[in-house]
Design a protein around this ligand. Sequence first.
Ligand code: BDP
Length: 707
Amino acid sequence: DDGYRLWLRYDRVADESLRATYAAAFTEIALPAPTRPGFSLGSIEAARDELTTGLKGLLGVDLSTVSQPTRDGALLLGTAVRSPELAGLVSEADLRAASEEGYVIRPVIFAGKRCVLVLGNRDVGVLYGAFALLRHVQLHEPIAGLNLVSAPRIQRRLLNHWDNLNGFVERGYAGQSLWRWFELPDIVSPRYRDYARACASIGVNGTVLTNVNANALVLTPAYLQKVAALANVFRPYGIRVYLTARFSAPVEIGGLKTADPLDPAVKQWWTDKVAEIYRIIPGFGGFLVKANSEGQPGPQAYGRNHADGANMLADALVPYGGIVMWRAFVYDNNVPADRHTQGFSEFQPLDGQFRSNAIVQVKNGAIDFMPREPFHPLFGAMPQTPLALELQITQEYLGQSMQLAFLGPLFEEVLDADTFRPNAGSTIAKIVDGSVDLHGISVIAGVANIGDDRNWTGHPLAQANWYAYGRLAWDHQLTSAQIANEWTRLTFGNDSAVVQPITSMLLESHEAVVNYSMPLGLHHIMAEGHHYGPGPWVDQAGRADWTSVYYHRADANGVGFDRTKSGSNALAQYAPEIQNLWGNPATTPDNLLLWFHHLPWDYRMKSGRPLWDEIALHYQSGVDTVRTWQKAWATLNGKMDDERFTHVKQLLARQEHDARVWRDACLLYFQQFSKKPLPAGVEPPEHPLDFYKAQQIHFAPGHPGAH
Ligand code: BDP
């Protein structure tokens, strides 16, 4: 099994009596108000097709489609708007709860038959309902008492692809881009539909096709036709297409002399461009913009600010219902004392100046998707501006597609973080979903981990990260434990001898990677450029804040970045409650300690151990945990297909090796400063420090310099 089917496997239910129960419950598909005239495939038809294929696989039955139920067991699909007689079968409260995109699934009597109703307010709700019902069956859940009502908490649930037009994916570790730009629009790979099915099955409803390090060419007519071909495939699956807009496009492809956002000719150029886009791509979602960061062009080149830039694009998009997502991940050559502070300093003062269809997109932390990072201080600090949360699904700093790091717990930690703004309980989830400041628009974005590898994500278990992102984007109240369990059962079957070990591995894995790479709040100590493996010694890298020494600041006195009043005071950008908590090492959680404090090597930890020992033991524990997974995985031999079994087995062996390299390299490096022996229980390093320093990866996947 090559893993292509992801979590939509639809393998036959092995338990015959269970299968018979399902088969009796689902006998035909009834569409009282089908097909929108003029549309070859709408969301309801996509729902019908998915149910037909899925139930054929699961139950071995061919369901026919009828317009009215002819017997008991009809699956009744429809929307409240177009089938009022179906809406009448459920309460108003249920319909309200299903809101714009959700669904109600429940047994009903209709036309004298016992049916299962899959009702949405809109067509796409029926599609999401179909996937929910198929998931229910795949998880072998009972049909008796079936009652599912669900709606997403965040409106726009996006994947951000960092895909270049040349096919190379920046920070992508699963092959080349899915989008075959050269072939499009003439050749439309069936894979695009499978991508859309997978996204829709977890509620993803938007996709930014192109890299934030943008190429203006995608806005030229020839490329817009290619984009339109993809948009046509995605539309029935409820997925809008978005593009990254290179700020200097008016100069690069428009022949203008300037891209100044206040210049009337520039405004006109974007107004015309947006009109052209909507002519070619109906339902286009809008733009994502990285400006004045890492060399990307932006309004500051013309003495304007981020709001000037964002508003100019927002104005062009507003007649069509489009949005602009303007990224707050900014830093440039005017390095402040601490890069941590720059995003906040540039954006917070602009609160209130953005148009209502301009969203500021903020990474979960202020530095850059570190293995663990405190939440970004902008969350809660811009109450008048809707903020989008940007998560990284691709594992740039978490072992890429070589290492298992299930990100459900990380995403959950971020979503649940309390900003204390305006008061306790104002979590990032509630700020992002708009409930704290009552915004009319809400967005979440995940940087995709998908490429054209046959199994989509390189590491078979990394599929779980795509899944977890979508599920949490739909409902941030789900727990990562629930999601891990669901995904494992969907992907490897319901045998508890398989589910239990895999679920435990998944749930331990993010912390284990943190432990063997950057424990206790250490950060940005990876190898330069490709970011794979350790590099605490990196001290030359073009700019200070690309080095490791800038972040760990190890010296004879200790280690860590002092971000309190005695240091960079980045902490001042957080709410007073957070400042009190994290301003004092004794009340800072261990896992963020060295993010905020520079502490002596013999600093007494909450455990009673000296800091040096604690660091060393964390590195060791990360390695130990990986070894327990190798043992657990061995028990699965014969319980799944050989292909996935062997692939993961090999990956775990590689991970164990790489975890040791992290541990040995970092401990040897820091030992030069601590001058202390390794505590009992920590294995001695295999090689001297110079050996690790000499290791070099020349061509790593996903690295901008690699193509
Ligand atoms: C960093 C990546 C870089 C991205 C940048 C961004 O290393 O490749 O371009 O973030 O998010 O994480 O813009």
